[in-house]
Design a protein around this ligand. Sequence first.
Ligand code: SF4
Ligand code: SF4
Length: 168
Amino acid sequence: MSIIGEVVETVKALTQGLKVTLSYIPKEKLTNQYPDEPVEVFSAYRGEHYLNVDENGKERCVACFLCSAACPADAIYIEATEDLRPYEQRSSVEERYAKIYNIDYGKCILCGFCVEACPKDAIRHGHNFEMAVTNFADLIKDKEYLLENRNRESQIPVVIIDSQMNVK
Ligand code: SF4
Ligand code: SF4
């Protein structure tokens, strides 16, 4: 190919590339200025879990182990125990409850199987995605942390959008 031919081909290629770039300028920008602005997440987003409580603040978990059995990543560790005191005096809905309930986020793949397996609506996915830590030990979240996550939901810097209405 002659030099003139090469120049023509190069200009053609550049023009094609620039056309794509220029065509995006008038379009709506999808860049999210995180962390200055909240991130939009769908309501069904599977973020860090929280342990759920009933209307009186009693732990819903009955330590049935169904969630840990359903977990494909072996990320849930539970130790069960009993509190035989009446409902008003104990911290759990049922006498049987989880003395220890840990989720290891070094293993968890946020698949949602544990949430689906739970017969007591005791574990749910929250919307927190800020889960980075600086050492492996901090990836294991205990029961107290997971219970408190329920209260943290309202502080997470996200705008929750309905997955049915906003799918484009
Ligand atoms: S979300 Fe999936 S991987 Fe994570 S704890 Fe639940 S079942 Fe296990
Ligand atoms: S979170 Fe649900 S499935 Fe898991 S042990 Fe508790 S009650 Fe059972």
